[in-house]
Write a new protein. Structure first.
Length: 204
């Protein structure tokens, strides 16, 4: 009788262990892997000149610059958000400087602002900081202009955009900015109005 009871207890223990392992395995398998969101900023190819003191001044390739700072990127699903980092290897958010007038072979170069692992789901807003610092245009003997955000302008850009990130896939959001058309002169100051739009959303 004692041997029979031990056998029943042993079988019950095996069944309980098997059920526990199955439950744990199911939980892991149901958890989706991360996707990647990549944000690209492209200067408008038609935005290549500006009028300064009555002169039309064009961008000189390899010489001119519009230094800007990008920071604090986030993607939102309603009030919930995920932080955006500069690269997949980044472990903290940083302030990064870029040249909005950098050109090669007559074309503006695209700028990768963010590339980050995020939960795979629907998102409905993209937010990041973008400020201007200095513009030099017209070559080494051209104009150097300090730029500021307009008074009262929020430092963060918030774009309403519907996109989905899928497990183990890259969702690329391409934005377009008009760097020179965004400059508005008021008295002796140039304000950076940040004329920016969503160009495309693609799965890579």
């Amino acid at each position: 009788m004692a041997q029979y009871r031990r056998r029943i207890w042993y079988v019950a223990l095996l069944c309980a262990t098997a059920l526990l392992l199955l439950a744990c395995t199911s939980g892991i398998e149901d958890s989706p892997g991360a996707g990647i969101v990549r944000v690209i900023l492209q200067s408008d190819p038609a935005d290549t000149s500006i009028i300064i003191l009555g002169d039309t001044v064009a961008v000189v390739e390899g010489s001119d610059y519009f230094t800007s700072t990008v920071f604090q990127g986030r993607v939102y699903r309603d009030s919930l958000f995920a932080l955006l980092y500069t690269t997949l290897n980044s472990f903290r958010q940083t302030d990064d400087s870029y040249n909005l007038l950098e050109r090669r072979n007559g074309q503006y170069l695209p700028i990768q602002l963010f590339e980050t692992y995020v939960p795979p789901q629907q998102y409905n807003r993209l937010e990041f900081g973008l400020t201007g610092n200095f513009v030099r245009i017209g070559g080494p003997t051209g104009y150097v202009i300090p730029v500021l955000l307009p008074p009262g302008e929020p430092i963060l850009i918030s774009l309403d955009i519907e996109f989905e990130v899928f497990e183990n896939q890259v969702t690329e959001v391409v934005l377009q900015i008009k760097p020179l058309s965004s400059l508005v002169r008021y008295r002796d100051t140039y304000y950076f109005s940040r004329q920016i739009e969503i160009l495309s959303v693609q799965q890579k």
